[in-house]
Design a protein. Structure first.
Length: 293
């Protein structure tokens, strides 16, 4: 479990950086631009993880393309990423339609085609950036290190649990006027406070863990993070468009199917992920069998 300990320590160090450095970093950034306090904390955590990942990757012998999940030739990697992106969008569109059909979410306003296309493009760029970072860290370096030492099952479970956990950080907000020298600690405490109410976040956490598990299983099946980056980006693209064009109807009889975390993940998305994972994994199993034949 040495590798798992390294990555747990890396994550803890990033949280420590948020607590100690967010306040002075925010004051420095504020001299040039207005950036929300929690966003500075989020960027610091990402910077700390990136630097720490470099150190840990060298320490564990992961500083190579294969271990990081980038072992495919560039052209093949991009093809697999593109295929995953299309499948990710196709995976999410029926779920979005189901939410609308059940009255769980409803359109906030009528948008022009240009506005919709801008939203799609923005969502795609955000999705690719988020997917590249998270897949490289979790299903790339961490998966390789843990699977090599403890096996595939432990790697799938551990990366999935951590993947779900990180989505609850940097959601706590502090107004500019309330920032003090100790606001970094307050930001960290506020971010961790949701874990003190496990029943309130159970639906969102289990849903995100299932998504992480699917991505990890595809990493194990394909030997690359290309498919995961594509799927992840497709999911984020559709989700961001839905979140920005529709609103939750809290009075809907089935509103319990959406979590309070973000109004999208929850019991409905968990069920859909499990159902849709079956044909998706089967598709990649068949592709793997054909490639080996």
């Amino acid at each position: 479990m040495r590798a798992l300990g390294y990555f747990a320590g890396l994550f803890a160090a990033a949280l420590g950086l948020v607590a100690v450095a967010t306040a002075p970093a925010w004051r420095l950034v504020s001299q040039f631009a207005h950036v929300p306090f929690h966003r500075v904390g989020n960027r610091l955590a990402m910077l700390g993880l990136a630097i720490g990942l470099y150190v840990v990757a060298r320490k564990l012998g992961l500083a190579n393309r294969q271990a990081m999940g980038f072992g495919l030739p560039r052209s093949q990697f991009l093809r697999e990423l593109g295929r995953g992106l299309v499948l990710g969008v196709l995976f999410m569109l029926p779920l979005a339609a189901l939410m609308l059909a059940l009255g769980l979410r409803e359109f906030a306003e009528v948008l022009t085609l240009g506005a919709v296309m801008k939203l799609v493009l923005t969502g795609l760029v955000s999705g690719l950036v988020v997917a590249f970072i998270e897949e490289s860290f979790l299903r790339g370096a961490m998966y390789s290190a843990v699977s090599r030492e403890s096996g595939t099952t432990v790697a799938v479970i551990s990366t999935s649990l951590l993947y779900a956990a990180i989505h609850f950080f940097a959601r706590y907000k502090i107004a500019d006027a309330d920032v003090t020298a100790f606001s970094g600690l307050e930001l960290l405490g506020g971010s961790l406070s949701e874990f003190a109410r496990p029943l309130e976040i159970a639906d969102a956490y289990l849903c995100l863990a299932a998504v992480g598990g699917l991505l990890a299983l595809l990493r194990a099946r394909t030997g690359s993070i290309a498919t995961g980056i594509g799927l992840h980006a497709g999911w984020v693209t559709v989700m961001l468009v839905v979140l920005r064009t529709t609103v939750v109807d809290p009075e809907a009889p089935k509103s319990i199917l959406l979590s309070q975390h973000d109004g999208f993940v929850g019991w409905l998305t968990l069920a859909w992920t499990i159902i849709a994972a079956v044909p998706l994994l089967a598709y990649y199993r068949r592709r793997q069998a054909r490639a080996a034949a």
